[in-house]
Design a protein around this ligand. Structure first.
Ligand code: PNW
Length: 447
């Protein structure tokens, strides 16, 4: 029995995203986003599910803020639906959308909860997609105007900003693998989109500094971890590429002002080097105040010719998987955090997402999701080890507060510490919620 203890000033929280929880897709002047279009395209989302209603948080936000408050959380990470603010991406502001976020943020502040706001968690206005989306550099300018509006409108209220959530997902998963909106399969397009997302991030940071608003700003890339199957150079190199796809590719430009050469070489061979304009890397490498890290899974990898984009195969070592079929690999969490410190120094880090998918249902008003508790325990233990190794971790936000619309998997996959009944929209605190509540209260837990 060991006690895992966190510092007094450690920040605890939970996270959600607009399209996954809000619903009210056609209310109060909200414009259409690429996820409305995608989810309504047959065959794209499991069971034809859409975010039209989702958790109905748009109407039940007070109840959800109460859930955060009762949890004892310090921080709530939510995202803003860009098409609620600018229904067509640019131009006229939709005041009702702005009002909603004021009500949401005010209710957090009234309860002593610190808002952490993600500006882009994937709901790109469809009008912008119709003009090429993130492939078109005009989208960058539109994003910066939207960000600028938000900074000024919420100055003094929101003091933690995240520009872009998981640029890997919006580029490669959405435009090369094709699993997420807009669902393209084109590697050149994906590397260009990834680059433009980074430029948009950098310009928003620049604008944030220029507007002299109060607070801190960062971004939230997702990382994973491939552990080489053997010490053979080929295995090690393949895993390095697999890791760099999320890590160095999206971190080097921000922290070092350049793309990793070995990855540029690799993409060159595939004919998919991003189009980089003069000055882009200078913009991207604006200093940030904190880094958000999203981590869920890792695995053992081995070289295999022509396997995937990187000659890398993932090996089933018999590790347990969560219900979404992702391997449980807390060691990767530790290793990736140490690697981030080794490569980029001791930048303050918030774990902006980490969580497990288990589809337990309520029985007699209780959800006995003990596997989720185990997942959180092992990952918090790995996190604490990284802190003991000098990684500058400021806080941990569980993904997610609520079961919600899990993108291409619709409502079939549940990550919440609060169960949502999608018929009645009733919320039920799971056992993991109660466990997390205890842990937050004490700042420690028993392993
Ligand atoms: C993240 N993948 O998404 C997102 O930030 C959340 O909105 C999401 O609900 C959560 O993780 C759980 O999936 C990802 O397929 C979705 O590699 C898919 C992948 C990675 C991240």
């Amino acid at each position: 029995m060991a006690i895992i203890k966190f510092p007094k000033d450690f920040k605890w929280g939970a996270a959600t995203a607009s399209y996954q929880i809000e619903g009210a897709a056609n209310e109060d002047g909200r414009g259409v986003s690429i996820w409305d279009t995608f989810s309504k395209t047959p065959g794209k989302v499991h069971n034809g599910d859409t975010g039209d209603i989702a958790c109905d948080s748009y109407h039940r936000y007070e109840e959800d803020v109460d859930l955060i408050h009762d949890l004892g959380a310090d921080v709530y990470r939510f995202s803003v639906a860009w098409p609620r603010i600018f229904p067509t991406g640019t131009g006229e502001v939709n005041q009702k959308g702005v009002d909603y976020y004021h009500k949401l943020v005010d209710s957090m502040l009234a309860k002593g909860i610190e808002p952490m706001c993600t500006l882009y968690h994937w709901d790109l206005p469809q009008v912008l997609q119709d003009k090429g989306g993130w492939d078109n550099r005009e989208t960058i300018e539109a994003f910066v105007q939207y960000a600028d509006f938000m900074f000024k409108e919420f100055n003094g209220k929101i003091k933690k900003w995240i520009t872009i959530n998981e640029p890997w997902c919006s580029s490669f998963l959405s435009n090369y693998i094709g699993e997420h909106a807009p669902g393209n399969q084109d590697l050149q397009l994906a590397t260009d989109v990834g680059h433009h997302l980074l430029v948009a991030h950098g310009l928003a940071v620049k604008r944030f500094r220029e507007s002299n608003v109060e607070g801190e700003i960062g971004y939230a890339p997702n990382v994973t971890w491939f552990e080489p199957y053997s010490t053979k150079e080929q295995d090690v190199d393949a895993c390095n590429r697999g890791n760099a796809w999320n890590l160095e590719w999206f971190f080097d430009p921000v922290f070092k002002g350049s793309y990793p050469q070995f990855m540029l070489d690799w993409f060159k061979e595939k004919g998919a080097v991003p189009t980089i304009l003069n000055g882009d890397l200078e913009i991207i490498s604006q200093p940030i105040d904190f880094l958000g890290v999203n981590y869920y899974t890792g695995n053992v990898g081995r070289y295999k010719e022509n396997e995937g984009l990187f000659d890398l195969e993932s090996i089933d070592m018999g590790y347990d998987k969560t219900d979404i079929d992702w391997f449980i690999y807390p060691e990767g969490f530790y290793k990736v955090l140490v690697k981030i410190k080794d490569l980029y120094g001791s930048v303050p880090i918030y774990i902006t997402e980490n969580g497990a998918c288990y589809n337990d249902e309520p029985e007699n008003g209780k959800v006995a999701d003990h596997k989720r508790i185990d997942y959180i325990k092992t990952h918090l233990t790995a996190l604490k080890r990284s802190m003991d190794s000098g990684v500058n971790i400021k806080g941990f936000l569980y993904w997610s507060l609520l079961d919600n619309f899990e993108w291409a998997l619709g409502y079939s996959m549940r990550f919440g510490i609060v169960h949502v009944n999608y018929e009645t929209l009733e919320r039920t605190k799971k056992d993991s919620y109660h466990w997390y509540n205890e842990t937050i209260k004490k700042g420690e837990f028993e392993l």
